[in-house]
Design a protein around this ligand. Sequence first.
Ligand code: HEC
Ligand code: HEC
Length: 213
Amino acid sequence: MATLGLCFAVLTSILATALCQSARAQERKAPAVGGFESKLEYCKTCHGLSGQGYLGYFPMPRLAGQQPEYIEAQLRAFIERRRSNPVMFNVAHVLSPSMISALANHFYHLNPPPSDGAPRRAVALGKQIFEEGLPESNVPACSACHGEDGHGQHEIPRLAGQLYPYMVGQLTGWSKERGQGTAVDTSAIMAPTAHNLTRSQVEAVAAYVSNLR
Ligand code: HEC
Ligand code: HEC
């Protein structure tokens, strides 16, 4: 009887340990969920509550509806300093690969309306550049890569609804920020087009796409 009692005690304690361990495993999962929510909130303090972008001291680009592969590729570019930006380096280098995928997937499913504010006067020229390019300046139609609707695909970004000042800044300063380092990356695909656009052409096409849904 005494042996049985001992056995029972041992069994219960093994069971208790096992239960405890699975509870601890649950606890380990729980902060991961909380970790995601708090990271997301952090992103939204700059990129807007629905990922619509925000005009602060710097323009914070729209992430809503952005292609997940593009978001992931850019976060890796910030981490590897192929895209030099001190703010986003600090934000990105602590993110795990699974957190990066989860955040990218979340932003892709948001769909706020474009925030207005781009000058309207050159929109017709912008539409023409977007759909037909400027053959005389070696500028291909943006729609050929970014899609007829400007929604992008895979590592080619969505431009529809992107903030006007952000796009003007990117297109006029392309090679100051992107394609840093020795390895050639996807930024090289866009570089000649960015260089071949004049500032007023950049403003026209940015004004047009910033209002696309
Ligand atoms: C302190 C403000 C701030 C925070 C917080 C922040 N960002 Fe950013 N983010 C920026 C700025 C500014 C840029 C534009 C950088 C540039 O000009 O190249 C940017 C750019 C990006 C880009 C590139 C977008 C594009 O269209 O190329 C991605 C992707 C991005 N952020 C994702 C995130 C994610 C995910 C988080 C949260 C983990 C986050 N950001 C948090 C300020 C912030
Ligand atoms: C040959 C394909 C191709 C064509 C044509 C093209 N793009 Fe791009 N574009 C890309 C790729 C690829 C990227 C992502 C670059 C990177 O990874 O840094 C990009 C990025 C951009 C970005 C940065 C977006 C962001 O969120 O930071 C803007 C703005 C842009 N393109 C505007 C244009 C405009 C305007 C045109 C037409 C005048 C155009 N593109 C034509 C391939 C193309």
